[in-house]
Design a protein around this ligand. Structure first.
Ligand SMILES: *[C@@H]1O[C@H](CO)[C@@H](O)[C@H](O)[C@H]1NC(C)=O
Ligand SMILES: *[C@@H]1O[C@H](CO)[C@@H](O)[C@H](O)[C@H]1NC(C)=O
Ligand SMILES: *[C@@H]1O[C@H](CO)[C@@H](O)[C@H](O)[C@H]1NC(C)=O
Ligand SMILES: *[C@@H]1O[C@H](CO)[C@@H](O)[C@H](O)[C@H]1NC(C)=O
Ligand SMILES: *[C@@H]1O[C@H](CO)[C@@H](O)[C@H](O)[C@H]1NC(C)=O
Length: 447
């Protein structure tokens, strides 16, 4: 009967919902090209051993949180008379569910004997009678013996699985054996989550909030606000302000949050975004200026048409800054390698000829509020930091860049105090590299 069951060798990578999908089998060392910065050098020599030890420990725990025991390669054997769910069997934790699709397709035998086993649950055959030979009811290993294949398949169609562990997202592997045929299939144990919806309301003002962060540049900020009001009379503006001496800001429907002085870029962005109540927010820098090409509606239209998108960026003074990140998780001990490649995209965005899918965009973008909150802006980074948000969002945010939605940039004015705070000092640079070494488990980075 073997030829009847000749099935091509199927290689199944069990799907993982985690960031480091390949994390468990990709242990090869990676390298950055000549321009890459080796991050280890940013750690003071006398602290390196201790930092490495702590990093390895945190990495192990992070992998445990995001990878599952199912990140294993399963190869389906050829010529198997066993029928079983290859993929997609998902159960609620601690809840009984019928295992779909279990059957044996075999020629005549005197006795049919199958064996099923799991690691984190119980198996139960409903409707088994005294005459059926079912051993191990309610345990993690079950033997079923019958003299009739139809009865066997009837019983197999009644087998249910109940997880015995409570986890919100993990997997079990079930073994299913008949004679010398053995297969393994995944059972996904997943707590259902509830949707979180934003009521978009009826117009642009109920869909979008404009958010910005300011530091000392009140003249520019007021020009920005005036330009917003010229095109969007009523849209809410949220400003996070960590200036040394907060000044008056003119305008209506403005929510300004005064922060302790010089808290930094990312702290301010987090604060501003935390206060948004609309589905989307439009990020702008405090020295931008709306013009007739600044069409928030165009961003919204794209986001609504492609709901998988999380961020859509535009162009600032015709500069459509965008980049792709190339990441390899690398060796467990050494860490990964990251490089940023400008002016490269992953793919065009179908139906939108001016837009492409990328990993990072300019500081002028429309974002899905809840997606950005999930990634967040790392407040450790307090001066120059832009790509860092997109690094944290890698694999979490679907980002597009569109060259036809534009905003102006006000003429640069020299502010001495501003530059002094804004300019990255050598010690900041080193601190930032040391931060990536630990936080992102990176070995080298190439900007
Ligand atoms: C995670 O750690 C727990 C013990 O704390 C262990 O039982 C489990 O198998 C680990 N999971 C993975 C995927 O390594
Ligand atoms: C399933 O089979 C594999 C390979 O024989 C074995 O390593 C594993 O422990 C088995 N799992 C269960 C739950 O029986
Ligand atoms: C169930 O079947 C397996 C494999 O055929 C065997 O090793 C095990 O002893 C059996 N268990 C019982 C309780 O019959
Ligand atoms: C704010 O408004 C007041 C009163 O209209 C005006 O005197 C002041 O110049 C404005 N400030 C800025 C920075 O535009
Ligand atoms: C990317 O393209 C823009 C516009 O063509 C150009 O000004 C910029 O220098 C390019 N950036 C890099 C890093 O090549």
């Amino acid at each position: 009967f073997i030829s009847k069951y000749t099935i091509n060798l199927l290689i199944i990578y069990t799907l993982s919902y985690s960031k480091n999908q390949m994390g468990n089998f990709d242990h090869t060392s990676c390298s950055c090209t000549g321009k890459g910065v080796v991050l280890k050098n940013a750690i003071p020599g006398d602290q390196l051993d201790e930092v490495l030890r702590r990093r390895a420990e945190e990495y192990r725990k992070q992998q445990n949180r995001t990878n599952t025991n199912l990140d294993v390669l399963l190869v389906a054997p050829s010529n198997s008379p066993l029928q079983y769910p290859i993929h997609g069997f998902t159960v609620e934790p601690l809840t009984k569910s019928l295992i779909p699709g279990l059957a044996v397709h075999a020629g005549t035998r005197e006795l049919y004997k199958v064996f099923l086993s799991v690691s984190y649950g119980n198996l139960l055959v409903d409707g088994a009678t005294e005459t059926d030979l079912v051993v191990g009811q309610g345990q993690n290993a079950l033997n079923i013996s019958t003299t009739c294949v139809d009865r066997l398949n009837q019983l197999l169609s009644q087998v249910s699985y109940t997880s015995t562990i409570y986890r919100i997202n993990t997997r079990d592997l079930a073994n299913f054996t008949f004679e010398d045929h053995a297969v393994t299939f995944p059972i996904i144990i997943k707590r259902s989550s509830m949707p979180v919806l934003y009521d978009p309301g009826t117009d642009i003002n109920t869909q979008v909030t404009v958010a910005t962060k300011t530091f000392l540049r009140y003249k520019e900020l007021n020009v920005l606000i005036e330009s917003i009001r010229k095109y969007y009379k009523d849209i809410k503006i949220i400003i996070a302000d960590d200036s040394l001496n907060p000044e008056r800001v003119n305008g209506s429907n403005i929510e300004r949050y005064i922060m302790p002085p010089a808290q930094g870029w990312f702290a301010g962005r987090n604060l501003a975004v935390s206060q948004v109540t609309t589905k989307y927010f439009l990020w702008v820098d405090d020295d931008f200026q709306f013009n007739s090409e600044t069409k928030i509606e165009s961003f919204v239209e794209i986001m609504e048409a492609v709901p998988e998108l999380d961020i859509v960026g535009g162009a600032v003074n015709n500069n459509q800054f965008y980049f792709k990140l190339v990441y390899e998780s690398g060796d467990m001990e050494e860490g990964g390698c990251l490089s940023r490649v400008f002016n490269t995209t992953h793919q065009a965005l179908p139906s939108y000829p001016h837009c492409s899918l990328v990993d990072g965009v300019v500081n002028f973008y429309l974002a899905r509020t809840d997606s950005v909150r999930r990634v967040g802006f790392d407040p450790v980074l307090n001066r120059v930091a832009h790509s860092e948000f997109f690094m944290d969002g890698l694999g979490e945010l679907l980002v597009a860049s569109c060259g036809n939605i534009k905003i102006g940039h006000q003429a640069q004015v020299n502010h001495n105090t501003y530059s002094e705070y804004r300019t990255q000092k050598k010690t900041d640079e080193r601190r930032k590299l040391a931060h990536h070494f630990f936080k992102n488990h990176l070995k080298c980075v190439e900007y």
